[in-house]
Each structure stands twice: as structure tokens, then as C-alpha cells.
Design a protein around this ligand. Structure first.
Ligand code: SAM
Length: 298
């Protein structure tokens, strides 16, 4: 255990480490490091970490959040792309024997394989895998959708993201934030915004507000649909041109066999206005629409 005032969450400790290693921040890697222990404690609490968990951290940076994760979790796997941070991490994480640092691009990692390696090497029989991160904002969506679509065996994903993105993930039908991202994230998980975080909690300060969001994976998808890929194609097509009616948006996307008339008829059969916009449809209604069009195309 490192005393709290000697952890990197103390801004003076972070500044001293930056100076010692002559580290310069790389904008291209989305490097905004946390310097606020209240925020870090909120992340740890929202992630509900126990000593039976393996935590996968995306982008440990200098190891600020990692120091807290190491004290709460059984094992931590921290994947960092920036090689220049490795000597710093070697020093800041030296007191912990339960952290494995991997120097790689998270988008190229097989997380399941990393988890199995740690399980075997450390002889650690975990109860759950949890992903926790202060994400590099430039690749938020590919990281989160990759975790869902590749069926990474993580029970939950608790991440700091741009506030606007957290609001989109959490949005209900009808509002301005509701769109393809809301539907995709909510198909895979239950969303909960745990905290809003202002720019002064980071060094350097980001130009946008941030929020911590927890995505708890559903055991079973909340809707059943015959062709999941078709449902997502319809969702993307209807939000591509937000101002268009759903019928026009989908027919403009040129999906084979799906005409404007077929979409209009399907909407009427669902008891909806045929000129409705996509932003008014719930996930269950998109699933129902996909099933009707799937049957019509067969
Ligand atoms: N966790 C640290 C903290 O909270 O202070 C740093 C968070 S910073 C917002 C994002 C981190 O992700 C940086 O350390 C950056 O180098 C790293 N990163 C950026 N792109 C990455 C990628 N594709 N794979 C792994 N790490 C990445």
C-alpha cells in the first residue's frame, strides 16, 4: 500500500514524476491524466471491484488509477500503447505484485487470452473480469463496441468518457442525444452514469467535460431479434440522416430488398405513424421492425 498522499492522485507527485522522466504528453494518444483522488474513488466504487476480480485497465498512463485498482482487485492487467510510459509505470507500480503491464494497442489485443495467461501464470481463479479505464477519448466508440461485439468476457465496463458521449450512451428514445450509439450500448448493457467530472481533475485539462459511466453487461439481450446484423443496419441507416423520416433514411441506405413501401407498411403494422423518425423508436421497436422486414425479404 502506498500512503494516499504519495500516490499519483496527488498532483505534486504526478508533476514530480513528469519532471523526473522528462515526460511530454502526446495529444495523439488522448493523454489527460487524473489528479483527483475523489474522482478515482468514485470510479473504484462504481466499478464495484473485489479481491476476486481481474481488472483490465485500458491506458494506465503513469499508473494513477492503476495504484488504486491494484489495492482493490485480485489482479490487474494494464494495457498501455505509449512505450515512453513504461519506465514510469515500472517505478509507480513497483510496490504491487498483482499488476501485469502490457505494451500494446488495446484495439489489437486479445483480452480473453491476456486474462487466461494471468490466470495461469499467477494461479488466480477469478470470479469476474471487469474493465476499468480513463479512456483515450479519440477511440472511445471502437474500444467499447469492440469489447461488446468480440464478446470479451467482462461483466462490466466502468469508464471515464467525454460527457457528451456518456449522455448519448445513456439516452432514452425521443431526445437529442438518442441515436445508434445509445441503441448499440443498451442492447449489450445496462447504463449508469456514476459521476460528472470537470476538466480541472486532469493534467493537462481536456477541452471538454467528462463523465464516469458503468455499463453492466446483460446476461441475456433485452430483445430477441431474428437477424441482429439487419437490426443494426436499420438502426445505422435511420440515424445517418437524422432529419429524414425513418422510411426515407432506411430506403436511401440501399439495403437489398428493403423498399420505402415495405418500411412504411411495416411501421403501420406496428401501429406507428409511417412518417415517424428513427429517434422515436425504442430498441424493442427496432427489433420488431427488423423481424417484419426480415420475414418480408425471405
Ligand atoms: N489511466 C491514466 C489516468 O487516468 O491518469 C491515463 C488515462 S489517459 C486519458 C489515456 C491513456 O490511454 C494514455 O496513457 C494513453 O497513452 C493510452 N492509450 C491511448 N491509446 C491507446 C491504445 N490504443 N491502447 C492502449 N492505450 C492507449
Amino acid at each position: 500500500m502506498i500512503p494516499d498522499n504519495e500516490k499519483l492522485s496527488n498532483p505534486q507527485v504526478t508533476i514530480a514524476a513528469i519532471k523526473k522522466y522528462g515526460f511530454s504528453f502526446q495529444k495523439k494518444f488522448g493523454q489527460n491524466f487524473l489528479i483527483d483522488d475523489h474522482v478515482i474513488n468514485k470510479i473504484i466504487k462504481a466499478a464495484d471491484i473485489t479481491k476476486d476480480d481481474i481488472v483490465v485497465e485500458i491506458g494506465p498512463g503513469m499508473g494513477t488509477l492503476t495504484q488504486y485498482l491494484a489495492e482493490s482487485a485480485g489482479q490487474v492487467i494494464a494495457v498501455e500503447i505509449d512505450t515512453k510510459l513504461l519506465p514510469i509505470l515500472a517505478e509507480t507500480l513497483a510496490p504491487y505484485d498483482n499488476v501485469t503491464v502490457i505494451n500494446n494497442d488495446i484495439l489489437k489485443c486479445d483480452i480473453e487470452e491476456l486474462v487466461n495467461e494471468v490466470k495461469e501464470k499467477k494461479g488466480f481463479d477469478y470470479k469476474a473480469v471487469k474493465v476499468v479505464a480513463n479512456l483515450p477519448y479519440y477511440i472511445t466508440t471502437p474500444i467499447i463496441m469492440g469489447l461488446f461485439e468480440k464478446h470479451v468476457p467482462a461483466e462490466s465496463i466502468t469508464v471515464m468518457v467525454q460527457k457528451e458521449v456518456a449522455d448519448r450512451m445513456n439516452a432514452a428514445p425521443g431526445g437529442k442525444d438518442y441515436g445508434a450509439l445509445s441503441l448499440a450500448v443498451q442492447y449489450y448493457s445496462e447504463t449508469y452514469i456514476a459521476a460528472n467530472v470537470p476538466p480541472n481533475c486532469f493534467i493537462p485539462r481536456p477541452g471538454v467535460g467528462s463523465a464516469v459511466i458503468r455499463l453492466t453487461k446483460h446476461d441475456k439481450a433485452p430483445v430477441e431479434v431474428k437477424d441482429e446484423a439487419l437490426m443494426f443496419r436499420l438502426i445505422h441507416a435511420s440515424f445517418e440522416q437524422r432529419r429524414k423520416t425513418l422510411k426515407n433514411g432506411i430506403s436511401n441506405a440501399g439495403l437489398p430488398g428493403i423498399t420505402k413501401e415495405a418500411v412504411g407498411e411495416a411501421l403501420i403494422s406496428m401501429g406507428l405513424d409511417e412518417n415517424i423518425r428513427g429517434e422515436r423508436l425504442s430498441l424493442a421497436e427496432f427489433a420488431q421492425l427488423a423481424d417484419i422486414l426480415y420475414d418480408a425479404c425471405e
